[in-house]
Design a protein around this ligand. Structure first.
Ligand SMILES: C=C1C[C@]23C[C@@]1(O)CC[C@H]2[C@@]12CCC[C@@](C)(C(=O)O1)[C@H]2[C@@H]3C(=O)O
Ligand SMILES: O=C(O)CCC(=O)C(=O)O
Ligand SMILES: [Fe+2]
Length: 355
């Protein structure tokens, strides 16, 4: 594994501690009826499949990738990619190891619980305190090597889990860099010249901070009233999501049109534009509002890789995108500043740094 990944500490992402009930998930095994604490009122927002174009699926091997990516980022803030070069056997392994972790008994998973002031380990989504109802999901956050928590879960048998998680992060990092380069060049920007922090090729300068989040959505007795992961935008520059072959992810293009399901495509990855890319592009690319629903048949798992800039880098709208008609919309922030703003203002975080 890239040695610089180990220099990324949980410190980078510390935000205000959550209350315990918003940190430790329910024991989801054998819950016959949805508890009131987890019962949401979900507005019925059907989309009209005949008037809505589906979320773009972009084949990275095709020649017109740049144009398609730009269109998807401007119109949706998300798209799926195929021919991305991540071997299917690695995707299968990551899913296998994710299922292995979440299938452990609740008392074992609690041995690896995220501490109130920590960042990595087992727990509920960090956005949980912003909602009065609890989500039907559990998560496990990893930065670099997961060995500290994995050795609590499997004292004798964590090597393979760690190897797969580390290898996956390396592959996701390289693909994220490629996707950022495509996105920026689609706007006529040269990433090395125009984005100071973006120097992926420079040996030894690779300090970007990234998080691998494993998500689990257990089988739910009343999926119509439960929420897997509540509507949010990702704080990252971009997120790469592998959702396996079980539906649940939905995105919103605009409020009026309702929620659009992102149907799994075999071997594809979903790319979400994150809030930091929204800032860098001065609002040209939209960070996508999305959520995950649950079902009563299958245990769904997903892995989300949050790609960020180096911890101290100031992220701001790019100069080439600013002119008299397009003044800068956001003040410069580090990812740490932005995560703090998110933990305070949640869906109003972008607004909180608006000029
Ligand atoms: C880097 C991060 C993005 C994230 C917060 C985190 O610090 C690690 C987990 C990420 C996640 C995953 C589920 C949804 C989300 C909103 C959350 O609560 O935790 C995202 C966070 C984010 O993008 O702000
Ligand atoms: O599980 C999913 O489909 C969505 C996960 C997600 O949005 C996240 O981890 O931020
Ligand atoms: Fe997300």
């Amino acid at each position: 594994m890239n040695p610089t990944m180990n220099s990324i500490s949980s410190e980078t992402f510390k935000t205000t501690p959550s209350h315990p009930e918003h940190t430790i998930p329910l024991d989801f095994t054998n819950v016959p009826k949805l508890p009131d604490s987890h019962a949401w009122t979900l507005p019925h927002q059907p989309i009209d499949p005949f008037t809505q174009e589906p979320l773009p699926i972009i084949d990275l091997a095709k020649p017109d990738v740049s144009k398609l990516v730009r269109h998807a980022c401007e119109e949706w803030g998300a798209f799926q990619i195929t021919n991305h070069g991540i071997p299917i056997c690695l995707l299968n392994e990551i899913e296998y190891q994710t299922r292995r972790l979440f299938s452990l008994p609740a008392e074992s998973k609690l041995l690896a619980v995220r501490s109130p002031e920590g960042f990595t380990g087992y727990g509920l989504a960090r956005i949980s305190p912003f909602f009065s109802k609890l989500m039907w999901s559990e998560g496990f956050s990893i930065i670099g090597s997961p060995v500290e928590h994995a050795s609590q879960l499997w004292p004798e048998d964590h090597a393979k889990f760690c190897e797969v998680m580390e290898q996956f992060q390396e592959e996701m990092k390289a693909l994220s860099e490629k996707m950022v380069a495509i996105m920026l060049s689609s706007l006529g920007l040269t990433h090395e010249e125009d984005v100071k922090w973006f120097e992926p090729m420079k040996e030894g300068c690779d300090q970007s901070t990234c998080v691998l989040q494993l998500n689990s959505y257990p089988v739910c007795p009343d999926p119509g009233r439960a929420m897997g992961l509540a509507p949010h935008t990702d704080s990252s520059v971009l997120t790469l999501l592998y959702q396996g072959n079980i539906s649940g992810l939905q995105v919103q293009r605009d409020d009026a049109a309702g929620w659009m399901p992102v149907e799994p495509v075999e071997g594809a990855l979903v790319v979400n534009v994150g809030d930091l890319m929204h800032i860098v592009s001065n609002g040209r690319f939209k960070s996508v509002l999305h959520r995950a629903l649950v079902n009563n048949e299958h245990h769904r798992v997903s892995t989300a890789y949050f790609y960020g800039p180096p911890r101290d880098a100031k992220v701001s709208p790019l100069r080439k995108l600013i002119d008299r008609d397009h003044p800068p919309l956001y003040r410069p922030v580090t990812w740490k500043d932005y995560l703090e703003a998110k933990s305070k203002h949640f869906s109003k975080a972008l607004e909180s740094i608006r000029l």
